[in-house]
Design a protein around this ligand. Structure first.
Ligand code: ATP
Length: 381
C-alpha cells in the first residue's frame, strides 16, 4: 500500500481550458479519497492521470516515494475497479481472481494460496467454482476487488462504479465497498458525481469545478463549513438555500424579514452591503412547534407543502435583486442545473401542520447561517 501525492497536476487537451487545472492533493496511506463534482469537472481525467491512462501535461505524481509521471500503467501497481467489473463470464470466480497472477506467470501453488486468501477476506470461498453470471451484483463487485487484492496493488481506483445500478442496489454496494475498504485498509481513490457516495464513503472529499479544486476536506467539514457557494450548493440535499441579505449591526435583513445574528458572526459581515446568505433547509423550523420566539423568526407565505411522514418540505418563493440573481443563475449552471434557486426550501418536523397558502411563523437557527461574497462566492463566515 502507499500514499499518493498529486502536486500541481495539469491536463490540457489542445489549447482549450485545462480539464485539470493545478490540482494538488495528498492522499495518505490507507485513506479513502473521493473526487467529486458535476459532469465535466475533470474528476475522471484526474483519475486517469493517476492510473496512467492519460498523459500529465505538467505537475508531479508520486506513489509512495516513486515519481510515476512517466511510468506505464502496468508499472504503477494500481488496481482500477471498473464500472461493469470487467469480469470474464466464461471463467469461474476462482479463475477471474487468479487472472492477474496467471498473466504474471505465478506457479499454481502460489496462485492457489493468494486466491484462497483473497476469497477468505472477501467471503467468496463458497462461490469460487461459480461463474459471474450466477452471482449477485455485490458478489461480482467483490470478485473484481479480489482481482485487485491478489495483485497486491498499492491502491484501488474506482471510476463511478455504481452509476449503472438501481437506487437500492447502489445503497447496498456502497455499504459493501465501505466495509471492505476499511477491512483491507487500502488506499482508495473513488470518482463520483453523487454527493451521497462522496459523503458516506470518503475519509476526505475533493470537490472539483471546471478542473479546479474547490475544497478538500472531511465530509463533515464540507457540510458545516463549505468554502464557497459552489461547495455549499453541491453538498446537501435538498440543497442549501441562497438568499439576498444585508447585515446591519447584528440584524440580517432577508427577503422575509430580519433575523438576529450571534455577535461573532455579525462582526464578520456587518456593513458589507448586499451579500448572499446560505441557510440549510433543516435549519428552519415551524415556530409554532418550538419556543423559538425572539429575533430569529419571520413570517412567510408557504406556496407548496410536501409531507413525507417523518418530515415536511415547505416551499416559499422569493425575489432576488439582479446582482444576486445573476450569481445564483451561474451557480445553477455550474451545478448542472441540480439546484433550485427561485424558492426557499425548508425541512420541517413531520408534526408540522403548516398548510399551503398559509402565512406561517418560521424560525431560523441564525448561528448556522453562512454569508457569501456575491462577487467571488467566497464564504465570509
Ligand atoms: P463526467 O462525470 O461527465 O465523466 P468528468 O468530471 O469526469 O465528467 P472529464 O471526463 O474528466 O470530466 O472531462 C473534463 C473535461 O475535459 C471536459 O470538459 C471534457 O470535455 C474534456 N475532455 C475529456 N477527455 C477529453 C479528450 N480526450 N479530448 C478533449 N477533451 C477532453
Amino acid at each position: 500500500m502507499a500514499s499518493i501525492s498529486i502536486q500541481h497536476l495539469v491536463k490540457k487537451y489542445g489549447d482549450g481550458f485545462p480539464a485539470v487545472n493545478d490540482v494538488s492533493i495528498d492522499i495518505a496511506d490507507g485513506e479513502f479519497m473521493i473526487l467529486v463534482g458535476p459532469s465535466g469537472c475533470g474528476k475522471s481525467t484526474l483519475l486517469r492521470m493517476i492510473v496512467g491512462l492519460e498523459d500529465i501535461s505538467s505537475g508531479d505524481l508520486k506513489i509512495g516515494d516513486r515519481r510515476v509521471n512517466d511510468l506505464a500503467p502496468r508499472d504503477r501497481n494500481l488496481a482500477m475497479v471498473f464500472q461493469n467489473y470487467a469480469l470474464y463470464p466464461h471463467l469461474t470466480v476462482y479463475e477471474n481472481i487468479a487472472f492477474p497472477l496467471r498473466l504474471a506467470k505465478k506457479d499454481n501453488a502460489e496462485v492457489d494460496k493468494l486466491v484462497k486468501e483473497a476469497a477468505a477476506t472477501l467471503e467468496l470461498e463458497e462461490h469460487l467454482q461459480r461463474k459471474p453470471g450466477n452471482l449477485s451484483g455485490g458478489q461480482r463487485q467483490r470478485v473484481a476487488m479480489g482481482r485487485a487484492i491478489v495483485r497486491q496493488a498499492d491502491a484501488f481506483l474506482f471510476d463511478e462504479p455504481l452509476s449503472n445500478l438501481d437506487a437500492k442496489l447502489r445503497g447496498q454496494m456502497r455499504t459493501e465497498i465501505s466495509r471492505l475498504q476499511k477491512k483491507l485498509g487500502i488506499t482508495t481513490v473513488y470518482v463520483t458525481h453523487d454527493q451521497t457516495e462522496a459523503m458516506t464513503l470518503g475519509d476526505r472529499v475533493a470537490v472539483l469545478k471546471r478542473g479546479i479544486l474547490q475544497q478538500l476536506a472531511t465530509p463533515r467539514e464540507l457540510y458545516d463549513n463549505p468554502g464557497n457557494l459552489f461547495v455549499a450548493g453541491f453538498i446537501g440535499s435538498p440543497p442549501m438555500n441562497f438568499l439576498p441579505v444585508e447585515v446591519d449591526g447584528t440584524s440580517a435583513k432577508l427577503p422575509f424579514g430580519s433575523v438576529e445574528l450571534p455577535a461573532d458572526k455579525a462582526q464578520k459581515v456587518a456593513g458589507r452591503g448586499l451579500l448572499i446568505a446560505g441557510i440549510r433547509p433543516e435549519h428552519f423550523e415551524d415556530a409554532s412547534l418550538t419556543d423559538g420566539s425572539g429575533g430569529s423568526t419571520f413570517q412567510a407565505k408557504v406556496d407548496v407543502v410536501e409531507w413525507l411522514g417523518n418530515e415536511t418540505y415547505a416551499y416559499i418563493p422569493f425575489e432576488a435583486p439582479p446582482e444576486v440573481a445573476k450569481q445564483l443563475h451561474q451557480l445553477e449552471k455550474d451545478l448542472d442545473g441540480e439546484a433550485m434557486r427561485t424558492q426557499l426550501v425548508i425541512t420541517l418536523d413531520g408534526a408540522s401542520r403548516i398548510k399551503e397558502g398559509e402565512t406561517a411563523e418560521i424560525s431560523v437557527d441564525a448561528s448556522k447561517m453562512h454569508f457569501f461574497d456575491p462577487a467571488t462566492g467566497e464564504n465570509l463566515t
